[in-house]
Design a protein around this ligand. Structure first.
Ligand code: SF4
Length: 114
């Protein structure tokens, strides 16, 4: 197997499950619909998505990600988005999304722009 940094084959970055009865589960996706992140890896972390906050039957505060297309819109684009936000993941505060959405967290002293 070729290391992912060396291969030109990008098939691992996404797929569309055309047999899924819920497809398209998030409205507004314009590129290939990426099902790879069906369960978003950022659900427990701060993220820039347009989530709503609700309390579930067990009294836990959760994100409702129905309106978010970021992990789904284009294989390459959604893959890149998830990789960037997982570089320095910050546990979700449990608070509603801000307006404008929060910027990508970075280690102290990293002055690069997003
Ligand atoms: S709002 Fe979007 S990016 Fe954030 S956790 Fe939900 S699906 Fe992931």
């Amino acid at each position: 197997m070729q290391p992912k940094d060396l291969t030109s084959n990008e098939a691992f970055k996404g797929f569309t499950n055309t047999q899924c009865p819920f497809l398209p589960c998030h409205p507004g996706v314009e590129r290939e619909f990426n099902c790879l992140f069906c369960y978003c890896p950022l659900i427990a972390y701060e993220c820039p998505g347009p989530y709503q906050v609700y309390t579930d039957a067990n009294g836990l505060t959760r994100k409702d990600c129905s309106a978010c297309t970021l992990p789904h819109d284009g294989y390459r684009q959604s893959w890149g988005f998830i990789q960037r936000w997982l570089e320095y993941p910050q546990p979700w505060s449990g608070k509603p999304q801000t307006d404008p959405p929060m910027r990508r967290p970075r280690p102290q002293g990293d002055g690069t722009a997003d």
